[in-house]
Design a protein around this ligand. Structure first.
Ligand SMILES: [Zn+2]
Length: 69
């Protein structure tokens, strides 16, 4: 996904930054613990379409980690 596009995207709920998980094709909001799907390269920024992140996933996404592999 386009890095510039990604930089413009914020969570519709908290307006916070999102973290793109390439392998899952999801945008994660750690604050809300939600994962927004990316369908055909188009981020679906709808809370009703998002799924809840598990505790493990939140840990994996935590700010201490920089890798996105
Ligand atoms: Zn959020």
């Amino acid at each position: 996904m386009d890095k510039e596009l990604l930089a413009m995207l914020v969570c519709p709920l908290c307006k916070g930054k999102l973290k793109y998980r390439r392998e899952a094709e999801e945008l994660h909001c750690l604050f809300d613990g939600l994962a927004y799907p990316v369908r055909d390269g188009i981020p679906v920024m709808l809370p009703e379409e998002a799924r809840q992140l598990s505790v493990d996933e939140k840990l994996h996404d935590s700010p201490g980690r920089t890798g996105d592999a």
